[in-house]
Design a protein around this ligand. Structure first.
Ligand code: F6P
Length: 325
């Protein structure tokens, strides 16, 4: 059946570049003769009927804005079959016959279940600062968050150096270490403590045993938030007990990592992916996430994107280790 009207929503944690993606999906759909409807507040907006027809002007002047003009939410009702039925009925009322969902792991899991239950064509865009979706080299928002982290660490370095302190800086990532590892490389930090490696070895002990502080009077370590790493507070507590010679401080960057105007990279990525989402739908693709691999757009089945753990590139660990001696 040909598609006539595409619904678009953002869901889960917001990410810089989501607006650029909304803009590209909307304009590409209209360019291809389709109608577009914006669904507010993620899956919740389907249930509560917050659905508005979008024209090209609805997405003017948003490419540079962080956050998402469609708002976002994590929706418990959508996790139940009753909630999804209500959502589907609203889509039918609005004549929406395909969806583009922009979000992370949880949002695409919801999309997969919904698509299977109602035989609805859905295409996902990876929108998360965590960069933890399999099948795409990068996700929308990751580059901006990385730049934000780098700017923050640069500032913390000034005070760390002046006071000759050991700083543990916690960054987001929800059980994924991409922000911590690449943030550490970009900011010239001494080390990163990430969940992917925590199970293999005691990263803190190794860091201290290898004398990471021998040649320096101050140090910065990025810690990925996670129960597995213990977060920056957990690591600092350990240092206070086991290595009391260090003057330790903790800084948790928190939600500022999710804000701000998207970088050029994120705007370009979001625009390419938004256009590719409509191309995929018109091409009869369904239940796929748009990804980018080696700078080429690819379609990744939801089942692969969500289920597989995206591996950390070991070259990066090595680069950090060598460059921080
Ligand atoms: O998935 C994006 C993310 O920012 C994670 O890095 C973080 O763990 C989580 O969302 C925080 O979620 P919330 O804003 O709901 O506290």
């Amino acid at each position: 059946m040909p598609i006539n009207c595409v619904g678009i929503l953002t869901s889960g944690g917001d990410a810089p570049g989501m607006n650029a993606a909304i803009r590209a999906v909307t304009r590409s759909a209209i360019y291809n003769g389709l109608r577009v409807k914006g669904i507010y507040r993620g899956y919740k907006g389907m249930i509560t009927d917050e659905i508005v027809e979008f024209k090209t002007q609805n997405v003017s002047n948003i490419i540079q804005r962080g956050g998402t003009i469609l708002k976002t939410a994590r929706c418990a009702e959508f996790k139940t079959p009753e909630g999804r039925k209500q959502a589907y009925d609203k889509l039918v009322e609005h004549g929406i016959d395909a969806l583009v969902v922009i979000g992370g792991d949880g949002s695409l899991t919801g999309a997969r279940i919904f698509a299977e239950e109602y035989n609805l064509p859905i295409v996902g865009l990876p929108g998360t600062i965590d960069n933890d979706l399999f099948g795409t080299d990068v996700t929308i928002g990751y580059d901006t968050a990385l730049n934000t982290i780098m700017e923050c660490v640069d500032k913390i370095r000034d005070t760390a150096t002046s006071h000759e302190r050991l700083f543990f800086i916690e960054v987001m990532g929800r059980d994924a270490g991409f922000l911590a590892l690449n943030g550490a490389i970009a900011s010239g930090a001494e080390a990163a403590i990430i969940p992917e490696i925590s199970l293999e070895k005691d990263q803190l002990a190794e860091m201290i045993e290898t004398g990471f502080r021998k040649s320096k009077n101050s140090s910065i370590v990025l810690v990925a938030e996670s129960d597995v790493t213990g977060g920056a507070m957990g690591v600092a507590e350990r240092v206070k007990k086991e290595y009391p010679q260090f003057d330790v401080r903790v800084s948790i960057l928190g939600h500022l990592q999710r804000g701000g105007s998207p970088s050029a990279q994120d705007r370009i990525l979001a625009t390419r992916m938004g256009v590719a989402a409509i191309d995929a739908l018109l091409d009869g693709q369904r239940n796929v996430m748009i990804g980018v691999q080696n700078d080429q757009i690819v379609n990744v089945p939801f089942s692969k994107a969500i289920k597989n753990d995206k591996p950390i590139n070991r070259d990066l660990l090595n680069a950090l280790r060598i460059s921080s001696i």
